[in-house]
Design a protein around this ligand. Structure first.
Ligand code: URA
Length: 290
C-alpha cells in the first residue's frame, strides 16, 4: 500500500501537512506502530508459500501460482472442524443469560470466535440500558478496543453530536432521552477489516438476546453490516431512512431504522443531509408523530 510521499519529501513537510498525512494513514487502518522498518507481508506470504511448495514437491498443485496480486479474501463459510458448533454454543450461552450483566459475562467467556484472541477488550455496550432507542454498529475499532466501549473514536464523537441534535444522549440518566449502544461484534477485527460471515453468524445469537433483554422501543442500525446481520439485506443507500421490522429478532414488530454509519459520514460529509432527515424521522417516531 502506498501510504504517501517518500521519506525525503516528507522531511520537508510542515506540521499541518504531516498531521493531515498521519490522520489519513490512520483512516486507512495504519493505526499502530509495530516496527521502525517497513515489512512487506505480501512478500513474506509469497516466500512462505514458495517454501511450502518446495516441501510439497511431487504433490499435485492445489492452487494456481500467485502472480503478485493481493491475497484472496478469506472464505466466508465457517471452517469445518471437529470442535463444537460455534453458532449452537452461542445460542445456548445467550439463552442462559437472563439479564444484561449475565449476557456481558457470557460474551466475555465465549472462546469460539478467533477475534477475541487479537482484541484487548470485549466491547459490550454503553449508554442507558433502559433507553427507548438502541443503536447497533458494526464492530469496535482501535479506540473502542482500547477503552472497552462502543463508538468512542471519531465516528463515535460524530454519533454523539448527531444524537445530541435531536436531544438524545448516551450519558443522560433519563431513559426518555437516552440511547443504548452496542455492536454486532464485540471484538475488533484485525486492522479493522470487514467482519466475516462466520463471525457474524456465531455472534448473532448474542445480539438477538441483547436486543431482547434491553427491549428498546426502536432499533437503529448503523451501516451495512448490522443491516446484513439483522435484516439479511445490504444496500444502505436504498435502505436508510425506511422504517422496517426484523422478523428474525425475538421482538416482533420492533421498529427498525437503517441509517448511514457515522464513519461513512466522516468520509462523505454530503450524506449528512440524508442522515439529518433520518434523525428527524427518529425524533418524530419517538414523539409519536409517525
Ligand atoms: N464503528 C462501529 O461500528 N462501532 C464502533 O463501536 C466504533 C466504530
Amino acid at each position: 500500500m502506498d501510504l504517501g510521499p517518500d521519506i525525503d519529501a516528507a522531511s520537508d513537510l510542515d506540521f499541518d501537512t504531516a498531521l493531515a498525512m498521519l490522520a489519513w494513514q490512520v483512516e486507512l487502518g495504519a493505526d499502530e506502530t509495530l516496527s521502525e522498518t517497513p515489512v512487506n507481508r505480501y512478500e513474506a506470504a509469497r516466500a512462505e508459500e514458495a517454501r511450502a511448495g518446495e516441501a510439497r514437491a511431487g504433490e499435485p498443485r492445489a492452487t494456481a501460482p500467485r502472480t503478485g496480486q493481493a491475497p484472496e479474501p478469506m472464505p466466508m463459510a465457517p471452517p469445518q472442524n471437529d470442535g463444537p458448533d460455534p453458532v449452537a454454543a452461542a445460542r445456548e450461552a445467550a439463552r442462559a443469560a437472563t439479564d444484561l450483566p449475565a449476557l456481558a459475562e457470557a460474551i466475555a467467556a465465549f472462546d469460539l470466535c478467533d477475534l477475541k484472541k487479537g482484541a484487548k477488550n470485549t466491547v459490550f455496550a454503553d449508554g442507558n440500558p433502559a433507553a427507548r432507542v438502541m443503536i447497533l454498529g458494526e464492530a469496535p475499532g482501535r479506540d473502542e478496543d482500547m477503552q472497552g466501549k462502543p463508538f468512542v473514536g471519531r465516528a463515535g464523537k460524530l454519533l454523539d453530536r448527531m444524537l445530541g441534535a435531536i436531544g438524545l444522549s448516551r450519558s443522560g440518566p433519563d431513559a426518555e432521552n437516552a440511547v443504548y449502544i452496542s455492536n454486532i461484534l464485540p471484538w475488533r477485527p484485525p486492522h479493522n477489516r470487514d467482519p466475516e460471515a462466520a463471525e457474524i453468524a456465531m455472534m448473532m445469537p448474542f445480539v438477538a438476546r441483547h436486543v431482547e433483554l434491553a427491549a428498546p422501543e426502536v432499533l437503529v442500525l448503523m451501516g451495512n453490516t448490522p443491516c446484513a446481520a439483522v435484516l439479511g439485506r445490504r444496500g444502505i443507500t436504498r435502505m436508510r431512512g425506511k422504517w422496517t421490522e426484523a422478523p428474525e429478532l425475538p421482538l416482533p414488530g420492533l421498529p427498525v431504522l437503517p441509517m448511514f454509519h457515522p464513519a461513512y459520514l466522516l468520509r462523505n460529509p454530503a450524506a449528512k443531509r440524508e442522515a439529518w432527515a433520518d434523525l428527524l424521522s427518529l425524533q418524530a417516531r419517538l414523539k409519536g408523530q409517525t
